[in-house]
Design a protein around this ligand. Structure first.
Ligand SMILES: *[C@@H]1O[C@H](CO)[C@@H](O)[C@H](O)[C@H]1NC(C)=O
Ligand SMILES: *[C@@H]1O[C@H](CO)[C@@H](O)[C@H](O)[C@H]1NC(C)=O
Ligand SMILES: *[C@@H]1O[C@H](CO)[C@@H](O)[C@H](O)[C@H]1NC(C)=O
Ligand SMILES: *[C@@H]1O[C@H](CO)[C@@H](O)[C@H](O)[C@H]1NC(C)=O
Ligand SMILES: *[C@@H]1O[C@H](CO)[C@@H](O)[C@H](O)[C@H]1NC(C)=O
Length: 556
């Protein structure tokens, strides 16, 4: 009797009827990570369960209405409480998932305001029984220690339909390779470096264009194991901030600022968002959740669903290849972007630093889109350089500027006219059709200078820093200034900008029409991706901001 009973209980939660939630997730550890060994079965892990939400279509429709300037609902943003009552998982979903966890002895879980994420602690041994197929190992890279599963996980059939994905098994923290110090040849060592004064001159910001609204704020989010240093920011501002009113301190750090050396990326983001978005309260989100089994970007998303008071503008320099991530994960993160958008938050992502990218598929190559840059519900920022490197003149494509067409997300309605306009105009000179997907979301949406910045890091001013992680906070700061003027007039924040941006048809932006970005180094395209063209293009979007014109267009 006894043994029979044990048998049936085991069977009930065995892996016999289980399925994969993320069958298309890349589970191979990339080069650079050293396998240390299997984790101790008793070692504690922390996993994140993304519960199936309700009313996702209604959420999407609501986002469309609150972001479309021609809708009566424009700017009628939702509170976190209202978002929660829209998307909160059904009672059944919550019950089934909790029961499943409890039946494995997992009781230590935290939830969020919207109840669509659960973050639970359990031993590796329990996790492997909960998620048949998973095998947890420890890996090391540059002093960073991680626990990840070397094989795909499955979940019991009973919970399959109630979950989007489980976080903490496969995805890796980004590698800090995006920012490049493009060393110049000695001949051009007098090259004009980009500083706040240069940016403010190019984008027509006057000394009066600084923030003054009481409740305005902006944020940068960083997921590399690196930190900004308050002393670097202070030094940067004393060197470069003389011509405009600004703050020299971050108001709030959310997460853990580690010890040790400051990172170039971290220093850059803070120094430049506070130079265009001058005199505006600034937050830094840094490494939220540093458990070895956590995914820092996902932790940040979870945090957004648990904080009711957030800055209006967020700039983020994280990106992964679309083809390395599961569709389930990208779809759900895209829904998280919608949740942010309906609340009136503007999320800006760097478009990436590899141009169109390249995926080598045997004999055939194709371009390689990057996520979240390819999400239709974020604003993606590309990069430019000065045409004449010795003058504040007009801008041309920075060849690194990420851009292209998603293979996952369909082209959203707001950009159909602009993108088809581009495809028709340049039809004769487009790369071969097999390299990209014209039905996908096309990016970037706009751009700013991304080449040759000055950054202070570890108390040392460094020249020649380049990357779309530079252009993104620059645009973010300018959107914050526009929010500032809007808040002073009693208008709602800009929120998700794209539907409105595309309706402006590039009018208040400096159109970038020269130059091409990188693509595959092969016979067919010979290192070239797409090229800039009049109006919107998949290299620099609509172009770079002419601040007074953009402000005038968005101050209604
Ligand atoms: C969300 O915030 C509440 C308090 O407001 C806290 O109890 C809970 O642990 C938080 N959830 C997570 C996942 O951190
Ligand atoms: C902004 O800058 C451009 C180019 O530098 C200039 O032509 C224009 O007159 C400036 N002012 C406004 C209000 O656009
Ligand atoms: C800077 O912002 C504060 C409010 O945060 C405001 O009182 C002050 O006037 C602003 N400075 C300028 C020059 O606008
Ligand atoms: C500022 O924001 C806080 C929290 O959202 C709110 O309670 C407060 O009323 C706001 N103050 C102003 C001046 O709008
Ligand atoms: C092209 O994009 C669409 C979505 O826009 C997608 O359904 C389709 O699978 C993509 N094609 C390829 C070859 O990836």
């Amino acid at each position: 009797m006894n043994s029979l009973l044990t048998f049936s209980v085991t069977l009930l939660f065995s892996s016999v009827w289980s399925g994969y939630l993320e069958y298309d997730q890349d589970v191979l550890m990339p080069q650079g990570w050293t396998h240390v060994g299997r984790v101790d079965p008793a070692e504690e892990l922390e996993l994140t369960f993304a519960l199936k939400q309700q009313n996702v279509h209604l959420l999407e429709e609501t986002l469309r209405l609150v972001s479309d300037p021609d809708s009566a609902q424009y700017g009628k943003h939702l509170s976190l409480e209202e978002v929660a009552s829209l998307v909160r998982p059904s009672e059944l979903t919550q019950k089934v998932v909790r029961h499943w966890l409890q039946s494995h002895g997992i009781t230590s879980c935290l939830t969020v305001h919207t109840q669509d994420f659960l973050q639970c602690a359990m031993t590796a041994d329990v996790a492997e029984r909960l998620l048949p197929g998973s095998r947890f190992n420890r890996y090391l890279r540059d002093g960073l220690s991680l626990v990840r599963s070397s094989a795909p996980y499955s979940v019991h059939d009973d919970v399959h339909q109630h979950l989007d994905f489980v976080g903490g098994l496969h995805r890796l923290p980004p590698k800090g390779q995006d920012l490049i110090q493009k060393k110049q040849h000695s001949k051009t060592s007098l090259h004009l470096g980009v500083t706040p004064a240069i940016l403010r001159a190019r984008y027509n910001l006057t000394a009066a264009d600084v923030g003054s609204a009481q409740n305005n704020s902006q944020a940068v989010a960083q997921f590399l194991e690196q930190y900004y240093h308050p002393a670097d920011l202070a030094e940067f501002m004393s060197m470069f901030g003389r011509s405009f009113q600004h703050l020299s301190q971050v108001d709030r750090v959310v997460g853990t600022q580690g010890e040790g050396k400051a990172g170039l990326e971290a220093s850059l983001d803070v120094e430049y968002i506070m130079s265009t978005g001058a005199n505006i309260s600034t937050w830094v989100f840094t490494n939220p959740g540093r458990h070895e089994s956590q995914e820092p970007f996902l932790q940040w998303m979870v945090l957004l669903s648990n904080m009711s008071d957030l800055p209006w503008v967020h700039t983020i320099s994280y990106g992964d290849d679309e083809d390395s991530l599961s569709t389930a994960y990208m779809m759900r993160i895209n829904t998280e972007f919608m949740k942010a958008g309906v609340r009136g938050l503007s999320l800006l992502f760097a478009s990436g630093d590899s141009g169109a990218g390249c995926r080598h598929l045997g004999k055939e190559n194709s371009f390689r889109p990057s996520f979240p840059a390819s999400s239709p519900y974020v604003t993606t920022v590309g990069g430019t350089s000065f045409k004449n490197p010795f003058k504040v003149t007009y801008e041309v494509t920075d060849y690194i500027s990420g851009g292209g067409f998603s293979n996952v997300f369909k082209m959203p309605g707001y950009q159909v006219g602009a993108v088809n306009g581009y495809l028709n105009t340049v039809a004769a000179t487009l790369p071969p059709q097999s390299y990209f997907n014209t039905s996908g979301r096309a990016y970037p949406d706009m751009a700013a200078l991304s080449d040759n910045y000055w950054v202070v890091t570890n108390r040392v001013p460094l020249p020649w820093v380049s990357g779309t992680s530079a252009s993104t906070p620059v645009v973010g700061g300018m959107l914050s200034l526009i929010n500032d003027q809007r808040l002073l007039k009693g208008l709602p924040a800009l929120g998700f900008l794209n539907p409105r941006l595309y309706k402006l048809k590039g009018q208040p932006l400096f159109d970038v029409t020269e130059g091409c970005h990188l693509g595959c180094l092969d016979e067919k395209v010979q290192g070239k991706g797409f090229c800039a063209a009049p109006a919107w293009d998949p290299v620099t979007g609509w172009g770079t901001p002419n601040y007074p014109a953009l402000l005038a267009a968005l101050l209604k």
